[in-house]
Write a protein that binds this ligand. Sequence first.
Ligand SMILES: C[S@@+](CC[C@H](N)C(=O)[O-])C[C@H]1O[C@@H](n2cnc3c(N)ncnc32)[C@H](O)[C@@H]1O
Length: 242
Amino acid sequence: MPPKSFDPGTFRDKPVSFVRRGGRMTPSQERAWADHHEKYVLDIPRAAAATSVADGVARDPEQIFGRRAPLVVEVGSGQGHAILHAAAERPDTDFLAVEVFRAGLARTIIRAELAGLENLRMVEANAPEVLEKLLPEESADEVWVFFPDPWAKARHHKRRLVSAEFAEITARALKPGGMLRLATDWEDYAVQMREVLDAAPAFERDFAGEWAERFEGRVLTAFEKKGADKGRAIRDLSYRRR
Ligand SMILES: C[S@@+](CC[C@H](N)C(=O)[O-])C[C@H]1O[C@@H](n2cnc3c(N)ncnc32)[C@H](O)[C@@H]1O
């Protein structure tokens, strides 16, 4: 295991939107990971960093899920609240959770097992690399980014996940007409998201007013609750891939 101060950016030529994957797993999470990760979590070749995706690695969703169905990808799925709920509600759609935090994935595995979900898989990797390399071009129907780490200090803004480059690689992974849905409780990040995506040639706004309506498929997560409890407005955005 890397030391606690290990920075996954070390092996990369650009900053990543997470610092370390730490966080001890509970005994039940350890057990769920040991017993079930092979069923749910894709085994993929890595580059230098543990959460990277090696060049030249691609996975066809039809192979991953054993069928051809609409595909929703959640970036930074955390504990899995949103994707578990959606996968249970929509058995005809496939769901891929992308997360670097293993304890979150283990928690998601526990819930997926309890619910008997067959349409949920996970990748333990840096999401931009998953969108850029692992997923074939025009393979996803939707990409969700709910409450990405805000990196509130100005000197950390370069670590924010949603950037012009992120828009480009997300557009590549989305089918034409596919949707990018985002939510945040950080006003300046919401504004940044909107500026970046308004300027992205591959996307058009899918909302008329200042912000999108709350996405009905989004359940309340601990992060949203914390933001709302602090009096922060929750901003939803939705963009359609041209
Ligand atoms: C603030 S949490 C929100 C989690 C969840 N979406 C929710 O609303 O409860 C952000 C999550 O994104 C994950 N994350 C951050 N950067 C990531 C990246 N580049 N690739 C994959 N996951 C990432 C973090 O590990 C963390 O679990």
